[in-house]
Design a protein around this ligand. Structure first.
Ligand SMILES: Cc1cc2nc3c(=O)[nH]c(=O)nc-3n(C[C@H](O)[C@H](O)[C@H](O)COP(=O)(O)O)c2cc1C
Length: 447
């Protein structure tokens, strides 16, 4: 049976599933129940500085995007960091860690960007017996207007400076949690590394307004007729998170830096994808808020089964395996040619593939009088839209043309050798550049 234990920057946990800093980790009652359900670790709801706690709104904090079946696809929240006194949280963290010594306990912290503020809180957190700290440089609302959260995470120099303070004032491992509300995620990650941080975690939530009430003309969630942007998370943000994780995993300056993957992890498969892109573990919020703590049991069972099937004894056996396959567009093989194929037995004759292709793509799906849909190879550019809009899984698939056969669309023989844009004759920067008016296809014309 696969070994799910992880050692993330020296922090051991029985499985790679940690609860992200958020309402599920807000207090002792929750975290005890989470650990009893099987979570490997938690990042406690973000702690603020000593003094009067922040005050949350008393109206709705969340706005949700639902799928057609009312499944939660994304949550937008306008909640702040913990609104309970610092000492209450610290006492609870200490008690829970004492009673669950094999679980990872990370304290998330957000205090003003002043050395004294960090110097003051770090020893108090250390005293709780926490295994590490996570610097919340990600919250995009409420706290950022006060110069914290994403206001720090958007300035690499601040990230580096605070990371340096933390490495100076505590011996605990330091995880920098990154905001996705930035153009190039590699810059804050590099700054975290330069500041001596042990790891990065990402993503925090994305600036968002989920809807506008068309009677009141107010953004949702609406607080007495007004709304502000919140932070978006859940399954909808996973593609953004995966892309950002991959950028950090393959950047020469941050390659190999430990990453805790966050953003839309709902199933074991999501977690495995983050791990394949180099993450040492994953953090989960929305899935727990939607399905409850026991969802972790499906995650651990599924991951374990997958690893057994593949013969991976430990997480390290497949961690990062997808990283070498993430490349830049110009290195994709332009000699890889596919065509859509429709399984007539599976087709329910709904015509979505036809409508999508006929109206918005390449007129490559033909419809007969009896509503039989077939692919016109002479027109099919293999965009995949028909596959994507078809409501029947695996009804339409893409089939690769063998090398040596002729692509009916271009009339050219498909080449076995890969060829990419860097050497393409249409690319003015390529050594093979052929000026306009001359033959510019990669594949050889058919005899
Ligand atoms: C209601 C709510 C409150 C959150 N509060 C915090 C917080 O205090 N500190 C923090 O670092 N992240 C906070 N987050 C962000 C989550 O930790 C996580 O980064 C984000 O939800 C993405 O993960 P998910 O897609 O699994 O939800 C919060 C998220 C939600 C939904």
């Amino acid at each position: 049976m696969a070994d799910l234990t992880t050692d993330f920057i020296g922090i051991r946990s029985p499985n790679p599933f940690w609860l992200a800093s958020a309402p599920p980790t807000d207090k002792e009652y929750n975290v005890r129940r989470a650990f009893d359900a099987g979570w490997g670790g938690v990042v406690w709801k973000t702690l603020g500085a000593e003094g009067p706690p922040v005050v949350n709104v008393n109206g709705p904090r969340y706005g949700v995007i639902h799928g057609a079946d009312r499944r939660v696809l994304g949550i937008n929240n306008i909640e702040l960091i913990t609104d309970r006194p610092l000492q209450t949280n610290l006492d609870e963290i200490a008690r829970v860690k004492r009673d669950y010594p094999d679980r990872a306990m990370i304290a998330s912290i957000m205090v003003p960007c002043e050395e004294e503020a960090w110097k003051a809180i770090l020893p108090r957190v250390e005293d709780t017996g926490s295994d590490g700290i996570e610097l919340n440089f990600g919250c995009p609302h409420g706290m950022s207007e006060r110069g914290m959260g994403s206001a720090v995470g958007q300035v690499p120099e601040y990230i580096q400076m605070v990371a340096e303070w933390c490495k100076h004032y505590t011996h605990l491992p330091v995880i920098v949690k990154l905001t996705p509300n930035i153009t190039d995620i590699r810059k804050p990650a590099r700054a975290a590394k330069a500041g001596g941080a042990d790891a990065v975690s990402l993503i925090n939530t994305i600036n968002s307004i989920t809807a506008v009430d068309l009677d009141d003309f107010a953004p949702e969630p609406t607080i007495d007729g007004k709304g502000s942007h919140g932070g978006y998370c859940g399954p909808a943000v996973k593609p953004i998170a995966l892309s950002m994780v991959s950028e950090i995993a393959r950047d020469p300056e941050t390659r190999g830096m430990p990453i805790s993957g966050i953003g839309g992890v709902t199933t074991w498969r999501d977690a495995a994808e983050f791990i394949a892109l180099g993450c040492g573990n994953v953090q989960v919020c929305t899935a727990a808020m939607t399905y409850g703590f026991k969802v972790v049991q499906e995650m651990t069972a599924g991951l374990s089964r997958y690893m057994d099937e593949k013969g991976y004894a430990s997480i390290e056996d497949f961690r990062g395996r997808a990283v070498p396959n993430v490349t830049d567009w110009q290195h994709l093989n332009l000699n890889y040619v596919t065509k859509a194929r429709i399984d007539q037995d599976a087709c329910i004759k709904c015509g979505r593939c036809y409508a999508a292709c006929e109206d918005t793509s390449h007129q490559a799906v033909a419809m007969s009088a009896d509503r039989t849909f077939t692919v016109v190879d002479e027109e099919c550019v293999a965009c995949n839209l028909c596959v994507d809009v078809c409501p029947v899984e695996d009804c339409i698939t893409m089939e690769r043309l063998e090398a040596g056969t002729t692509d009916p669309r271009t009339g050219r023989i498909v080449q076995a050798e890969p060829a990419d844009w860097t050497t393409h004759p249409n690319n003015p920067g390529s050594p093979n550049y052929v000026p306009a008016g001359q033959d510019t296809m990669v594949s050889e014309p058919a005899e």
